[in-house]
Structure formats: C-alpha cells, structure tokens
Design a protein around this ligand. Structure first.
Ligand code: BTN
Length: 250
C-alpha cells in the first residue's frame, strides 16, 4: 500500500497514546496524507509522509511539501470528536513550545515571530474526519517558494538547531491525544476557551475582503463576531489581516 519505501525515521516510537496511533502508515511519497487518511480511515489512524505531490492547504491552495524538509501528516477520527479544530492548533502549539515561542493566528495557523510555521486542514468524508497538519521543520529561507519567503518560517530557523521530525511528530500526537480524550469526555467548551485565549484576537482590528472592524467575540463554532461600521459581521473562515488600531480602509 505505501507509495514508496517507508521512512522509518518518521516513525514516532514509542507512542504512549490512547486513541491516536492505533495504526501508523508511513509513506516516502504520497499525493496527500489527508486523502489517504480519509480513504483508509480507522479511529486513531496516523498517515505520515516524507513528501506530498498534491499537498493541500485551506481554500484550495497548494501546500508545498518537499521531501526531507517538513512534517506532513494526518490523523483520522471516526468516533464523534467535536472540537478538533480547536484542539489541533493547541496540540501543535504545545509541542512547538519546546523549541520556540509560538502563537496561534485565527483560525488555526501556528506562527513564530509573526511568520507561519504550521498549517492545519480538517476535512471529512462520510464518518471519517482527517486532521492534516503541516509543519515547516528543516527549511532554510531559500527553500520556501519566493512568494512565501517573507511570511513563512521553519522550526530549525527559530530553534537554531536541527529538530527531529520524529520527536516532533511524537510530541504533537501525544498532545493531540490528550485533547481528544478531553473532547470525548465533554470538554469541548473548555478547550474552545483555551483556543480563544491562545488566538488573542478579541479586541483586535482586522480586515477580511471588504469587512473591517474590531473582533468582539468568537462564537461557539469559532467564528469571529466583528463590529464593522454600524453592524456586526460573522466571519466563519478565511484569512484575516491584523491591523494596527488606527489603520483604516482609506
Ligand atoms: C493551511 O492552508 O494552512 C493548511 C495546510 C495543511 C497542510 C497539511 S500537510 C499534511 C496534510 N495533507 C495535506 O494535503 N494537507 C495537510
């Protein structure tokens, strides 16, 4: 089933988890770990690849997934686990904290020094939900496509050392497993609040497309409630730009 030889250095051993890692499938090269996770399924399945030929980002974007540079993986869930969109960025943040000082950017980017370190794509097909996570690990600035060079960063760049992808994978999966256990015990609201706090977006002035205003709240589903002009706007997804307090559209 693997597209090419397994990359044993990506195998996170030992993995002391309850749900995640019930099965681990490692590819050398694959189209997208999310695609494979949705196809294979199984609660707790982890699919990890050294490179992806069709890595996907949010909003139909391409996720550059060169061999040897990043950590590209997906975890599949089949039992209802509401709140994964809040848990996944927190789990990445927790794991990365051992090497750098990360922050979360709504809805689920992980940044270091204002640059994107990791992205998360959650997709569902039938009963299977795939949480796909991409972390830039060994990139130098020149490894990023030119248009991303000023906005992306890798863990090695900020840690000043070579971070093991296997160790990082184990740390993210262990943290995510803890959040999943809490979610399945009814802890979604508590985790949503932790995520809201970590996003640090309430009170910020933001812009998305032609909407500009101050974020008043995050609703139950994680959407932004923005006071814009004389009314309120709900922004459920997208890429918001954080503005300085006195910035305006003109
Ligand atoms: C984003 O746009 O920020 C989300 C990027 C998600 C990338 C990861 S890499 C592993 C998994 N497989 C994919 O095709 N995408 C996700």
């Amino acid at each position: 089933m693997p597209d090419s030889a397994p990359q044993s250095r990506l195998l996170p051993t030992p993995l002391h988890t309850a749900v995640i890692g019930s099965r681990v499938v490692v590819y050398g090269e694959v189209d997208s770990t999310n695609t494979r996770a949705l196809q294979i399924g199984g609660d707790g399945l982890v699919v990890v690849a050294d490179s992806q030929t069709a890595g996907r980002g949010r909003h139909g974007r391409t996720w550059h997934s060169c061999a040897g540079l990043g950590l590209w993986f997906s975890a599949a869930f089949e039992k209802p686990t509401p709140g994964l969109a809040f848990a996944a960025p927190l789990a990445v943040r927790d794991a990365v904290s051992a090497y750098a000082a990360p922050s979360l950017k709504w809805p689920n980017d992980v940044l270091v020094g204002g640059r994107k370190l990791a992205g998360i794509l959650i997709e569902s097909r039938g009963d299977v939900t795939a949480v796909g996570i991409g972390v830039n690990v060994h990139h130098t600035a020149g490894d990023f496509p030119e248009d991303l060079r000023d906005s992306a960063v890798s863990l090695d760049m900020v840690a000043g050392t070579s971070v093991s992808r296997g160790d990082l994978l184990r740390e993210i999966l262990t943290s995510l497993d803890g959040y999943v256990a809490r979610l399945r015990k009814g802890g979604a609201e508590e985790i949503r609040r932790e995520w809201c706090d970590a996003c640090d977006i309430i009170g910020r002035r933001v812009r998305m497309d032609n909407v500009e205003g101050v974020v008043l709240a995050l609703d139950q589903g994680g959407a932004l409630i923005v006071e814009a002009g004389k009314g309120f706007r709900r922004i459920a997804y997208g890429d918001v730009i954080h503005l300085e307090p006195d910035a305006s559209l003109s």
